[in-house]
Design a protein. Structure first.
Length: 687
């Protein structure tokens, strides 16, 4: 009889039961694994079958498409946290998308090989095992190592959407097998709603203007607000109907001056007006017509309208339009841009009379620098009666506001006494702009109205605040009536002209001039405007193409004197120059009817630059072409920039090497000539 527990026996029994339970646990685990694998395989098959037709890079495409779909759905639903039931289920299972996507990629790869993709084993291994982040680059290259168009395009899309993918693909932590341990201090994985911009109502709910010109023309006789004299002038200039922006903006400006130019509607201070409309949509006439009409009835010549533009060339262009519509009305337009000497500009602005100084200008068109010079050094130059301040290319002009031209204008407008000027105004000193009150009614003051125009007008309230706008009204472009109703396009900050077809051209540095020649020769353009990022590049390219011969080429940059630049633009307009190589000096506002194609030889750095460059063609509802030469490292950033601006995706245009080969021998000769020309220039400079 055993009085004590025999340890050996107990131990045996325990180990037997432990063994049994271990075996049982193992079996259960194996069964669970098998079940899990079956489920995953089933899911793979159904997802591939349902999403992918016979495609070459199935795995990647399927995954990309599904992500795009999810993204689209989310955007559509406007909910950053919405998930498909399958995604939810997968998350609950703890497997996460990461594992699945890796398998999908492997699947796609196998099929790719089956379809003839000659990938080497090391590639296969990498692609089969790497997670989704590494995949696209491995999938980019075909057997020759060159990226196909489709996959390259996808690469851009992929890399550009990295931020978005982060939100869609679970993080590494999420993809780990489920743990029974609770992680203290961890955060629940809730998507954070995107911060919404809070815009003031006038910016958030602008007046909408149709972007499409041709479909929305309005006959002149259907816009009764325009003075018959001006209607006649428009008709003489072969304008029978108005463009959408003119239909909306002309009445809006005229309405604010309906009681004569001395007071706004109902005697109130008129609202300032901001207009954002695509390049070539007719913004110039949208301010020229109402300003001229408002001043038609003036008795005394005073500066009542001041138009400020960033460059001399633009100022010349706008004065030309003002001259056409003021011709025969008695209104005088004066340009102050530094084109003439300071003294001659003063002579055209005012003259001395018995009563003091007398203004000779009703409308002044100026560049900011020269304007400030006159405000500081021409005491008889008075803005006390100013009624309209037009800021064309307003976003560009705002860049320069820090330089103080606007402050100086505002000071001049509310100046009490003109030093030496004998033009004592009828009205008192201007007070700060605010609604009319009974207390102020006995002392009327000329309302100053600001009119802002640009194809790329900012909606940044902070920037606009610099202009001290008074109860402003904003006009923005939209594409269709449905979008107007849905208020969709208002979110898009920029719009391109309807007739523009634009492409990007992948290119290497050495081939750029040849590509340019190719476009000129093959497409037979008679009027091509080519942009470079610096005047040095413009000059060298000009020398090279001149040496190449066969092309009527000229350059346009600050290397030339104002007179030379004026002459060059004239010759280009007359068709005497086939290719104009220019810096961004001609990117804004310049209106040359015959420009059929714009080539960005150097990629533009900013979206606004791109919009203005390509906007030199496809004007007034016509068709136009634009090509942007891009080096490989520039592609992704450039396409991302366009997408961020809400512009449609650019198509790629390839230039085949057999198109270039015939140009090569002559090109090499031209390069040698360029070297000599550059040397000669250097020695000339030194001597
Ligand atoms: N109603 C119209 N009918 C026919 N042509 C017009 C009309 N309005 C303007 N145009 C022409 O359209 C062209 C483009 O106009 P404008 O230069 O005013 O465009 P814009 O909007 O100021 O462009 P950008 O933003 O590039 O300065 C000009 O040649 C102009 O003469």
């Amino acid at each position: 009889m055993a009085l004590f527990v025999v340890n050996r026996y107990v131990g045996d029994e325990e180990s037997v039961s432990a063994d049994k339970s271990q075996v049982l646990l193992q079996r259960l685990q194996e069964r669970a694994k098998v079940r899990e694998l079956q489920k995953q395989r089933q899911e793979q098959v159904t997802s591939v079958e349902s999403r992918e037709p016979d495609n070459e890079i199935v795995g990647l495409d399927a995954e990309e498409d599904s992500k795009r779909e999810v993204r689209k759905k989310r955007k559509h639903e406007g909910s950053p946290v919405s998930e498909s039931p399958r995604e939810k289920k997968k998350k609950q299972q703890g497997g996460g998308n990461k594992g699945l996507s890796a398998k999908n990629a492997g699947f796609g790869l196998n099929k790719n090989i089956k379809n003839g993709g000659e990938l080497n084993p090391s590639q296969e291994r990498t692609e089969g095992t790497e997670g989704s982040e590494g995949e696209p680059k491995n999938h980019q290259k075909n057997a020759n190592g060159s990226a196909t168009e489709e996959t390259e395009a996808r690469e851009d899309e992929y890399t550009d959407c990295e931020g978005e993918q982060m939100a869609l693909v679970p993080s590494a932590r999420e993809a780990l097998p489920p743990s029974s341990m609770m992680v203290l201090g961890s955060y629940s994985q809730k998507a954070v709603p995107k911060a919404q911009h809070l815009l003031p109502p006038w910016l958030a709910q602008p007046k909408l203007v149709q972007r499409r010109i041709k479909e929305n023309l309005v006959l002149l006789q259907d816009v009764p607000v325009i003075h018959p004299k001006l209607v006649k002038k428009l008709q003489v200039n072969r304008i029978q109907s108005l463009f959408p922006v003119q239909v909306k903006v002309i009445p809006a400006i005229l309405e604010s001056g309906a009681r004569g130019f001395l007071a706004g509607r109902g005697g109130y201070q008129p609202s300032d007006i901001c207009v954002s409309a695509p390049t070539g949509s007719g913004k110039t006439l949208a301010f020229v017509i109402p300003v001229v009409q408002a001043l038609l009835g003036r008795v005394v010549c005073q500066v009542r309208a001041l138009v400020v533009l960033p460059t001399k060339e633009l100022a010349q262009q706008v004065s030309k339009v003002f001259n056409i519509y003021t011709d025969g009305t008695g209104l005088k337009v004066v340009q102050i841009t530094g084109q003439k000497s300071f003294a001659r500009e003063q002579e055209s602005l005012f003259e001395k009379s018995l009563m003091g100084f007398r203004s000779l200008a009703d409308i002044v068109v100026a560049t900011p620098g020269r304007l400030v010079d006159h405000l500081q050094q021409s005491p008889a130059f008075s803005l006390r009666e100013l009624r309209f301040l037009v800021i064309d290319e307003a976003d560009r002009m705002m860049d320069g506001i820090q330089q103080g031209w606007l402050r100086q204008v505002v000071e001049a407008v509310s100046r009490t006494e003109e030093k030496g000027a004998g033009t004592a105004g009828l009205f008192g000193q201007r007070a700060e702009q605010m609604p009319l009150t009974a207390a102020k009614a006995d002392r009327p003051q000329i309302p100053l109205q600001k009119l802002l125009f640009s194809a790329t007008l900012t909606r940044n309230p902070e920037k606009l605040q610099q202009l001290s706008l008074f109860r402003p009204r904003l006009f923005m472009p939209v594409s269709s009536k449905q979008q107007v109703a849905a208020g969709q396009e208002v979110e898009k900050p920029y719009a391109l002209p309807e007739g523009l077809s634009h492409y990007y051209v992948p290119c290497s540095l050495n081939w750029k001039p040849l590509f340019l020649l190719h476009f000129l020769q093959r497409l037979k353009f008679s009027c091509v405007l080519c942009f470079t990022n610096s005047r040095e590049t413009a000059h060298r390219l000009f020398l090279l193409l001149r040496a190449f011969g066969g092309v009527m080429v000229a350059e346009f940059s600050s290397r030339l004197s104002p007179a030379q630049r004026k002459g060059t633009l004239k010759e280009f307009e007359q068709g005497k120059i086939q290719l104009l190589i220019s810096t961004d000096a001609t990117a804004r506002g310049i209106d040359i009817a015959g420009v059929k194609c714009v080539i960005s030889y150097d990629a533009p750095q900013f979206i606004r630059t791109y919009i203005h460059r390509v906007g030199r063609t496809a004007r007034a509802g016509k068709a136009g072409l634009a090509f942007t030469l891009l080096l490989k490292p520039q592609e992704s950033r450039f396409l991302k920039m366009l997408r961020a601006a809400g512009l449609p995706r650019l198509e790629r245009q390839r230039v085949k090497s057999h198109h270039i080969r015939p140009l090569l021998s002559r090109y090499e000769e031209a390069l040698a000539e360029l070297q000599n020309a550059v040397k000669e220039e250097r020695t000339e400079k030194r001597s």
